[in-house]
Each structure stands twice: as C-alpha cells, then as structure tokens.
Design a protein around this ligand. Sequence first.
Ligand code: SAH
Length: 220
Amino acid sequence: MMSSKAHSGIGMTSEGTRQRLVRRLREKGIRDERVLEAVGSTPRHLFVDEALSSRAYEDTALPIGRGQTISQPYVVAMMTQAVMRDEPLGKVLEIGTGSGYQAAILALLADKVFTTERIGELQRSARQRFHRLGLHNVYTRHADGLEGWPSQAPFDAIVVTAGGRIPDKLREQLGVGGVLVAPEHAGLHQQLVRITRTETGFEREELGAVTFVPLLEGLD
Ligand code: SAH
C-alpha cells in the first residue's frame, strides 16, 4: 500500500540524500517504519523555494515566505509518529498547511487529509503542490483552523503545526480513540502535547519542548 501511494518526482535530489535524512531521524529516535518510509519517499525540495532546495534534506526548519516556516523534518516525524496507531488512519485534520510538507507525509499514512491555512497565498501554493504530486486525498481550505473543520468531523487525528492555546472546539472534533497533537503555548517555547479522546473524556500527555510559529486568529 505504501509503495503504490509513494510520491514520484524525485527530480534533482538524489535518493541517497533523502535516505541520509531518514538515517538521521532514526538516530534521533524515530522508530515508526511507516513514518520513516513516508519521509524517505517525500520530495521535501519541492516544498521550499528553489533557492533553498539544496538545503531541503537538512534536518532544519526553513523559511517559506510570509514569516512562516516549513517545520524541521524531525519535528514532522515526531508529530506524525505521535498520531500513528496499529490500524490505518482514516480522516486526519491539520491546522497550518504552510508549505504542505506535513500534509503530504500524512497523505501517505491516512485515507484523507484535511488541511487549513489562514494565509491565502501559502494555501494556494500548497494546493498546487498536492496537485502536482498527485496527492488527491488532500483537501485544503483557506480558513481559520481554530474553527477546525466541523463538516468533516470526527477525525482520527488532528495535527496542529502552529503554537498557541488549543481551543476546546478542536478536541471536540476528535472521534473516540482519536488523538490531537499540538504545540501548546508555555512562555517563550511551547510544549508538544498529545490529547487522546477516551469514552469518558480526554487524556493529556507532554511530549517535549518545541518551537513553532504562532497560531493566529482570522484570515490573511
Ligand atoms: N505544516 C507546515 C508548517 C507551517 S508553519 C509545513 O509542513 O510546512 C505553520 C502555519 O500555520 C503557517 O503557515 C501559519 O500561517 C499557519 N497558521 C497559523 N495560525 C493558523 C490558523 N489559526 N489557522 C490556519 N493556519 C494557521
């Protein structure tokens, strides 16, 4: 299933460079082989400006314009690993499409990915990338992600890729057994939290300190 869904369009960056990134993520503790395979088959250089493409397989965040960044591959892998479970993921919601890289990884691991971005320009470029890469199971909207995507709820997983206060409205869109992963605001940095919806309520775990661009209200 993975290989038939894997991205084509390796283009200018060699398979070797990408596998080096996968090795690095493995060394840093990413254990889920499905996640590592998704990173290994996703052409990250197509998610950044051409001028930065030679740095696309470094394990670092990079600017994508409008003051925003494509997340560091390790953080993308860690957040993705945090929402994985034994059964395949059905519907996943992402808040903060940015370049579209995190959504592209999720698209290889879930039936459908719904992703919202508040900056219209970024949402449009990401949509073109999904189209070009043949990721027909990614649905994007220029919308304020703080509202979630109520018409598509419930979700098996919600991934928030900007840091701030997590509105209750979002976790309410999880199905039972579903998980939300988000950088929650805590001073200068954020704490990555995982909230699991149980039959009776919500469970919360802390996964470590992270740094993300802020979660903002309204559209731009
Ligand atoms: N997942 C992205 C990371 C992008 S950075 C990637 O893989 O490239 C986070 C993004 O969240 C920014 O593009 C920012 O504009 C967006 N964002 C911030 N607040 C938001 C909100 N309330 N709704 C939707 N998007 C938001």
